[in-house]
Design a protein around this ligand. Structure first.
Ligand SMILES: C[S@@+](CC[C@H](N)C(=O)[O-])C[C@H]1O[C@@H](n2cnc3c(N)ncnc32)[C@H](O)[C@@H]1O
Length: 227
């Protein structure tokens, strides 16, 4: 893994973004990916979409991208993008089959006829959530304050992992705790959902080095096109 890309995924997504005229990042978070593309000289349309006001506030500190607060239901697009991405496992926020279908249908509508959608979801077969323990937490500095972030899994129900995120700091009175649920969809079910939404798998990988998808791969990385 390259030091400029500690998560491993920028090396995969950035070349695709740089090669596309118009790009939509769904669940863009604080917007680092599109900002990096702009910094590296992307001259086309870059749109970041995220429903979380706190995330968008961070993203808007970088004004060189079109930031939109909302989701695919509130913010529909029509044949506008050569590339749509969902990174950082944002796709796993879609919990029900209906949510996945609505999202994929909206993404298909947002793509030009020759467009691509690229995204990843964690492979459920490797049960990566078993590593989501306080010992595997991370410490980072924000606004000069050292913060510790820890996951704790509450329960696993089939494909659904319910967990807490705890952020704590010696500078704060008490920790901040939020609850989340993510879906770990299987590669087969994902394939069916993509087909039902009229999307065809073009390429699929199991890791950020473009290794094949196997039962032991950490990721299900997929690039699709309108079928
Ligand atoms: C784990 S973060 C990933 C952020 C960023 N893509 C990255 O790679 O760092 C997941 C993001 O998905 C966003 N999100 C949650 N529900 C969403 C929805 N229904 N549609 C789009 N994004 C959503 C969250 O606000 C959050 O910013």
């Amino acid at each position: 893994m390259h030091p400029f890309d500690p998560r491993g995924d920028f090396g995969f997504y950035l070349p695709m973004i740089m090669a596309a005229d118009a790009v939509l990042d769904v669940g863009c978070g604080a917007g680092l990916l599109l900002h990096t593309a702009r910094e590296r000289g992307h001259r086309g349309r870059l749109v970041g979409l995220d429903p979380a006001p706190g995330m968008l506030a961070q993203a808007r500190l970088r004004p060189n991208v079109e930031w939109r607060q909302g989701d695919l239901a509130t913010t529909p697009f029509h044949e506008e993008f050569d590339l749509v991405v969902m990174t950082g496992h944002a796709f796993q926020v879609f919990l029900t089959d209906q949510e996945i279908h609505q999202a994929l249908t909206a993404i298909r509508a947002a793509l030009t006829l020759t467009g691509r959608f690229a995204f990843e979801t964690r492979n459920p077969l490797v049960q990566g959530w078993r590593q989501w323990t306080p010992e595997h937490g991370r410490t980072f500095v924000a606004d000069g304050v050292e913060i510790r972030a820890e996951h704790r899994v509450q329960r696993v129900e089939g494909e659904f992992v319910h967990f807490t995120n705890t952020f704590s700091s010696a500078a704060w009175e008490r920790p901040e705790v939020s609850r989340s649920t993510l879906r770990f969809i299987s590669a087969d079910d994902l394939g069916s959902a993509l087909a039902e939404a009229g999307l065809e798998i073009e390429r699929q990988f199991g890791d950020w080095d473009s290794g094949p998808l196997t039962d032991g791969s950490p990721e299900i990385i997929t690039v699709v096109r309108p079928g």
